[in-house]
Design a protein around this ligand. Sequence first.
Ligand code: DPM
Length: 358
Amino acid sequence: MEGSLKYIREGNGKVSRVIRMGTRKSQLARIQTDSVAGRLRELYPDVHLEIVAMSTIGDKILDTALSKIGEKSLFTKELENALERNEVDIVVHSLKDLPTSLPPGFTIGAILQRENPHDAVVLHPKNAGLTLDSLPERSVIGTSSLRRAAQLKKRFPQLEFENIRGNLNTRLKKLDEKDDYAAIILAAAGLKRMGWESRISQILGPEDCMYAVGQGALAVEVRAQDKDILEMVSVLHHPDTVLQCISERAFLRQLEGGCSVPVAVHTEVKGSMLYLTGAVYSLDGADCLKDTMQTVVEIDNKVSESAQECVHVGVTANSVSSSALEAAEKLGMDLANALLNKGAKDILTTARKLNDAR
Ligand code: DPM
């Protein structure tokens, strides 16, 4: 293992470690990695950071709907292989692309402050000024997300929904240069990071479309055993975002949902309270189970004292109050159990079967 760590000799003869950050080659992945690299350079001006770009299966298979490519960790696996081989030390992901159980040996060492977590409508230029409510009947909306389609089909039955794949650049091009879609739905956070905020014509609130688990937050994945790197990145944790995302991920894990099931959430921290709304949908949105629960998450600065590190749904956050982390995780599990008691399992099993058969 040690053999492939990389060191450089500085002018003064001092030998220091080079920290390598792995990234996918898509523009969004690069922007996200660069923003974390920027934060790390500010915090640790003496550290040598190097960025290593690679393409993943998810980037290569652009024509198949995400929900149909069995591989759960589509975008993350090749980067994890590089982490495991010590070819890189840090990988930045959109948290929503990381499964709720990481393979052994990996952990999320930091979750950064969440951007706007909501979904946004991007219109074909010819529809400027319109909204999902005012678009002509039978207008085609592009999305490959089962979660978005389920909620929006129910809320806007006059519209039609079709798959659209590819990275953000490809999708925007497909929207603007063809006449296939009246509008597409994308995460506001991704659009903002790409500098395309001006294309957002409408932000979808929770009454229209709740967001995906972890949406809008960046996660820093590292080797669980690499204590130096873990400590280095842990200062990037944003405590409120960590608590929200742990409750969301615990909810999804307890439902046994992957990244491609119609499951949606909404969380808020108000004072010392954490509120979690979670829902599961049939593919057409007709069946829906939804509930809200809350818990106290006192940020008491009493950080984990035990030498043993605690991992919550894949996240190591020793700098955040351990009682708050436990309460957040329990909230997600309790909410999932409440929905499972009302039949959530049947809704998700049917949705999965129908999606596989399409
Ligand atoms: C996951 C989904 C999508 C991505 C499913 C969902 C959207 C797929 C699609 C799990 N990952 O949201 O219900 O629209 O066909 C993805 C995006 C971002 C991270 C792009 C987007 C950027 C936003 C962020 C793809 N992953 O959702 O518009 O950092 O949260």
